[in-house]
Write a protein that binds this ligand. Sequence first.
Ligand SMILES: NC(=O)c1ccc[n+]([C@@H]2O[C@H](COP(=O)([O-])OP(=O)(O)OC[C@H]3O[C@@H](n4cnc5c(N)ncnc54)[C@H](OP(=O)(O)O)[C@@H]3O)[C@@H](O)[C@H]2O)c1
Length: 214
Amino acid sequence: MDILVAGGHGKIALRLLKLLADEGHTARGLIRSPDQAADLEAVGAVAVIGDLENDKTLDEYVRGADAVVFAAGGGPGSGDERKRTVDLGGAVKLADAAVATGVRRYVLISSIGVESPDSLGGSMSAYLRAKGEADDYVRGTGLDYTIVRPGGLTDDPGTGLVTASLELGGRASIPRDDVAAVLAHVLTTPSAIGLTFELFGGETPIRAAIDALA
Ligand SMILES: NC(=O)c1ccc[n+]([C@@H]2O[C@H](COP(=O)([O-])OP(=O)(O)OC[C@H]3O[C@@H](n4cnc5c(N)ncnc54)[C@H](OP(=O)(O)O)[C@@H]3O)[C@@H](O)[C@H]2O)c1
């Protein structure tokens, strides 16, 4: 498959691109800074230079892909404005490009807490609202989506063991390695289409955890 990962230099994205390239896929990462291209090439991925906020459309990057993944984020230091332009606007622009170019499959990294954005206050509310609106938008496109809502991300080594749940409201952490492995798995798993699920570190091998949701 040809897979375009938006936010291609992110911590999850680089892990995902490596897994996809190792599996023989054409793993393309959309980055806004050409300086980051070497890091993508080092994991076997192809760097595509483009900007989720400043490019009018993403059609030229998405065209020809079999699937797209939204792994970008304004980051914890970003203000409310960038939550709208990256976390919401970037995800929307990627969905619009998928629709415009006939790419059916869209995997979105969302977050826990989206269903109650005001429970945490401050900039977290703006972040969770932006993520929630992005989820709703992607669901409304008719694309073959999967929305993955991980708990707090850590850089601990992956275990290959997770808890995946359709019931929302959980709270726990998960290594970025394991989120990347789940994303790689759902991209090639048709039964994951149409699912929105929370994801934490756990006890169940990834394939079995995702199979149990369908
Ligand atoms: N932290 C948590 O505990 C947590 C929990 C649940 C979900 N999440 C979500 O998980 C996702 C991935 O997390 P992560 O830690 O892997 O993210 P990350 O390392 O912060 O990566 C985010 C990437 O988005 C890119 N980006 C920002 N603005 C862009 C633009 N205009 N055009 C293109 N790329 C742009 C950044 O590139 P630059 O280097 O150019 O800025 C960066 O590489 C995010 O969506 C985050 O919201 C996080």
